[in-house]
Design a protein around this ligand. Structure first.
Ligand code: ZN
Length: 214
């Protein structure tokens, strides 16, 4: 039974839904049903959007222990996301072969940022929504850069063309993912950068080289 079906069976507040879910212990990292936990060995770390339409493991047709996934609306690379990916780079470097950023068409977070860019008065609706506003703010630089790039290639009149909003959303999605990937490659990682010969530094360089060898 799906979670949605389980919830549909609840009559009112205070109801409790119970369902025994039978799964293969190996899917939880348990070896042959025992208590020993398998070592975490993902081959890729992926930063993706929280959007329900893009489940990362499904998209790449992978199962447990294959991907180290960080998902946030708009796949923005804030401190928390960077810290999680740093963990993967520093502790899972023996299995990691790739670090990827996955944007997706029609991203709601990017769309919200584009709409604020095209209609700044809409920003007023976000004044009391501090956390959503912070997300939209973070994406503004990407939207501005995307709009300027489109104008430099297609001329300033591009804003008046039909379909401009949709095109800007898609350009911003790609630019946002590319910028996050570039930031991941070049981010100053504090103690790692200042102590390039420590264990973490070695791991980071090794992962980067694997990316280049690709
Ligand atoms: Zn999205």
């Amino acid at each position: 039974m799906s979670i949605a079906a389980l919830l549909a069976g609840l009559d009112g507040a205070g109801d409790v839904a119970r369902e025994e879910i039978r799964i293969d212990p190996r899917d939880l990292g348990l070896i042959d049903g025992g208590n020993a936990r398998a070592e975490q060995r993902p081959y890729a770390a992926v930063l993706g959007c929280a959007d329900a339409r893009v489940p990362i493991e499904f998209v790449f047709n992978e199962g447990p222990n294959d991907l180290f996934v960080v998902r946030l609306a708009g796949n923005v690379l804030g401190d928390d996301a960077l810290a999680s990916l740093d963990y993967a780079l520093e502790h899972l470097g023996d299995s990691l072969r790739l670090v990827a950023v996955l944007g997706h068409g029609g991203c709601g977070a990017v769309t919200a940022a584009v709409d604020v860019f095209l209609n700044p008065t809409g920003y007023l609706a976000l004044t009391s929504k501090l956390r959503v506003r912070a997300l939209v703010d973070r994406l503004q630089a990407v939207v501005h850069a995307s709009a300027r790039r489109m104008e430099s290639i297609l001329g300033e009149g591009v804003r008046e063309r039909r379909g401009y909003r949709s095109a800007l959303i898609e350009v911003a999605v790609v630019t946002n993912a590319a910028l996050s990937a570039h930031t991941l490659q070049t981010a100053d990682r504090g103690e790692v950068s200042h102590h390039p010969r420590n264990r973490h530094g070695k791991t980071r360089r090794r992962v980067r080289k694997r990316q280049l060898d690709g």
